[in-house]
Ligand binder design. Sequence first.
Ligand code: SAH
Ligand code: SF4
Length: 367
Amino acid sequence: MEMIQLTPRSEGATPRSPKPPTSVLDVSLEELRTWCREHDEPEYRATQIWKGVYADLCEDMRDISTLPAELRARITDGLPMPHIAPLHTWKADGGATHKVLFGLHDGTAVESVLMRYEDGRATVCVSSQAGCAMGCVFCATGLGGFDRNLSAGEIVAQILYFARDLKQEGRRLTNVVYMGMGEPLANPRAVWRSIENLHEPKGMRFSARRITVSTVGIVPQIHRFAEADLPVNLAISLHAPTDELRGALMPVNHRWPIHELVDAARAYTERSGRRISFEYALIADSNSSVEHARALGSLLHGMLCHVNLIPLNNVPGSPLKPPTPEAIRAFQDTVLAAGVPCTVRLERGADILAACGQLRIEHAQTA
Ligand code: SAH
Ligand code: SF4
């Protein structure tokens, strides 16, 4: 494990303001055009700024060579880049997995992970909130509590950070997953704006099909998701086949029980024509018996879906453990036997605290 301290974190020293200042990554291209008009600049300047930020990946807008010097200074002042500074980086899997803890303008912190694969793919896992209010018992973020929603710009900035890294290696970012800290569908405006900005054809042109949003199961937002214009993938964190067990693991189940969630998932697949993913963290002596697998199989039978089994990542201070490899295999075989596609996800960088929210907790304890 390689750990690099970049800047000290002023833990709790700065008061937390709920909303960061509007940044250039928060606005749409249309809003940037309006900004240019209001500042007596021709509208094509907006496209040049957008291209400089999203296509050429300039970190500092003063480096956008197509702009006059005066405008570079004005945009940097008026719509700055969001404040997101790497505090710590961790590398694992021979450097293929690269995690960063970012400090935000108000002293809060979020983490993101880049995973490079041998076939050329490179996936960024981004945070959508600082902390999370959902309180899932197996999740380090949930145990750490909720700070605030991230702005669209703070989400986009995490992605651009890694896209720049990859560019230097002559590689491209191929996938984005909203599976870091926080519940994306509890912050839907910022999440959708971040997706639209990545997708904008004049900039990054990032394909919506290469984006996946993971949700704890906020049913009304799943219905809205199904109506969206952009074909973004949806993953649902299911983790249990019965209300009793799911309610014990995930408080959100008391609000939206399994039958409502599965109905929303089915409606999503029918409306969008897209396969939905279900995530299922396997926890020893909890949700991982062959009976649970059978119940899961009959719950999802016939749906256009795929189950991702995730052997539980250990969370420091939690007694919960993953099952044995044999139990994981038996669970998978039983789900497959019910006719439901099912794979076991190999955790990357598990040796360096890969699980959601753990970096922040570790950092807070050592800062
Ligand atoms: N809030 C969203 C997305 C972030 S969590 C959600 O819950 O879906 C991303 C995934 O990691 C979710 O499926 C979550 O349940 C899972 N997860 C959280 N803690 C975990 C742990 N300790 N081990 C394995 N998976 C975990
Ligand atoms: Fe929040 Fe997702 Fe963690 Fe649950 S699993 S506490 S929803 S981040």
